[in-house]
Design a protein around this ligand. Sequence first.
Ligand code: ING
Length: 320
Amino acid sequence: MPGTITIAAAQMGAIQKNDTRSSVAQRIQHQIEKAASRGAQLIVFPELCLTPFFPRWYYETLDEADQWFEDQWPPRGLEAALQKARELNIMVQISYAEKTPDQHRYNTASLIFSQGSAIMKYRKIHLPGHAEYIPERPLQHLEKRYFEIGDLGFPVERLNLKNVGEFNIGMLLCNDRRWPEAWRVLGLQEVDIVLIGYNTPVANLDVTHNQPPHLKVLHSNLSVQAGCYQNNCFGVSVAKAGVEDGHAMFGSSIIVNPFGEIIARSSTWNDELIIADCDLSLCQVNRSSTFNFEAHRRPEHYQRIVEQTGSIRPKNTIQA
Ligand code: ING
């Protein structure tokens, strides 16, 4: 039975278009050092933690957008911060725009183990927004233009960590957290901890409905709390917040336990570290009762979930 792992969610404030890589790397290293000094064994950074959320801007060609992509490992300028993490024996998850040697572009998260140089990678599967410029939108959201759909599935790896024991870890990115299917694929692999970075704008992405801002935070928290409760796992959901070049993104970084309870939350839109001791034995409680998948799931009735993409309403109408 695994023990307790201390996890740090390193929320980041805005990264402006003109911020230098060294200034961002210094912020990241500072959070790593602070987390380690507070006993964290794992630190999680937001989606696109090295750059602004550049999919809000339209670039005619991918070459123009490439300025925001990492085409080397470790990412340019991050060597010292990642070396410090190894010295302090803390695992680090960073997320960034990845350009592979064979010219593929992904919205990627990488978990760097504290021992050795091995990493675990996840490439974002649920890409929100659109691929072409839409003039009537208050804000462009061009992830479908710049990124390919992730090609690694939803991996879960089993790690053995000193002073903690063995546990299973998985990753999601931003919009993924809104899709219960993504959580369930991780849950069916007995994931114990799900790491999620996000950049979520306050402004409305939907031009037809003016959604009040408080619902943005509700839906972000709801998605993670439900995902954790229904899949017997902890969630570490980390925002890039603040106003980037005039565009506001909300914070509300949270750490959630397998009962769906928020056990730590941020209260600013700045660089802010939230830390929680996560007792991984709690993942077993509902896994052997309420959400014992083997005992209670009925896949023979779930065909639609895999066979259908869009929704299809009933063909016939009954005079009620
Ligand atoms: N951002 C947002 C997210 O899923 C979004 C996009 C916002 C979709 C609000 C729907 C509603 O949090 C990213 N980067 O996925």
